[in-house]
Design a binder for this molecule. Sequence first.
Ligand code: FAD
Length: 367
Amino acid sequence: MAVAPAQYTEKTDEQRAITEMVRQFADEQILPNAEHFDHEDSFPEPIVEQMKELGLFGVTIPEQYGGMGLDLTTYAMIVEELSRGWISISGVVNTHFIGSYLLMKFGSEEQRQKYLPRMATGEIRAAFSLSEPELGSDVQAIKTSAPRHRGFTCFVAEKEPGAGENTGELTGLNVPPKLKKMGYKGVESTELVFDGYRCPAENILGGEEAGLNRGFAQMMDALEVGRVNVAARGVGIAQRALELALRYSQERKTFGKPIAEHQAIQFKLADMATQVDAARLLTLRAARLKDDGERSDLEAGMAKLFASEAGRFCVEESIRIHGGYGYSKEYEIERLYRDAPLLLIGEGTSEIQRMVIGRKLLQRHKI
Ligand SMILES: Cc1cc2nc3c(=O)[nH]c(=O)nc-3n(C[C@H](O)[C@H](O)[C@H](O)COP(=O)(O)OP(=O)(O)OC[C@H]3O[C@@H](n4cnc5c(N)ncnc54)[C@H](O)[C@@H]3O)c2cc1C
């Protein structure tokens, strides 16, 4: 369906094979089951088990640690396909991907060996914890503190599998019951409560010498790849909304013809398809620049802003095209309508992206 120029959307044989495999997985395993897990708000365990078998927890983890060693561009292509199925499924690998990126880039060799092989198989999963109850956008206002802290430092904190209240060496880290959400159901979104938790110095990301006070730059770096990740999720949900609209508009008839033959509906489809392609192009450009070792902060911000807004736009247009049926839980678009707004928030809201883009623009074009 894509009509974007080849230099950004062209896939290598490996990328084609893996995205086709993930698309088939989404068609056969995610899409037919998403409604059930969304309705129950229960963790999609059987789907996640299959993702482990497909190696999807180790896409970007180097082969020496048991992963596939693929680049950010291929990862973004995979995330688009997973999100086209259900953004909650991509959510299971997303913070995990950010955690593994942080370990690969800033972790000590000891930390990499300790965590990455088990992360590559999905045996353990990573969460990325930056927000606090009183802050999200304003990261510098973080209040969580460790003894004798001077600046911002990242810690690798472990928890017991499945435990709400940790015991033994991990006492002091508690995970309250999951938050009830409008959409993005199935995956647990929880708080982590640290109170009297003792984290050994060796768990400072990169080790004490290399990692102390480096947390802010590390987290900002992680957010950059995180933005490409959210952008890819925006492309996936926008693509799915377009597919649903294309199908429904050719089936539903009013005034004696399929609604797709009314110009007003065709204009909606045209705007949606244009947004999907533009979002995909921006996302793949940001990913490719990062893979090539070039600066991509501005481009990642643009991709995140545009693709998450494209997701919201396409879902809203699609629900309009579905008329009254779109408001019914019997139609998939209703779930997408509840899921899409999340992408406007995480990894920096649209307002924060505009601030980032504006600042980077002025830095690059300083007179
Ligand atoms: C389902 C879900 C999952 C999440 N998962 C994670 C996670 O895994 N890890 C994690 O660390 N966090 C997570 N978050 C938190 C998320 O990153 C924050 O909600 C987000 O960064 C926004 O922060 P906030 O909610 O505190 O909003 P605020 O920062 O309070 O912003 C409120 C509003 O003010 C606007 N605003 C703020 N500052 C400015 C400004 N300077 N100029 C103009 N407008 C401004 C914002 O754009 C927004 O519209 C999650 C949130 C949700 C809903």
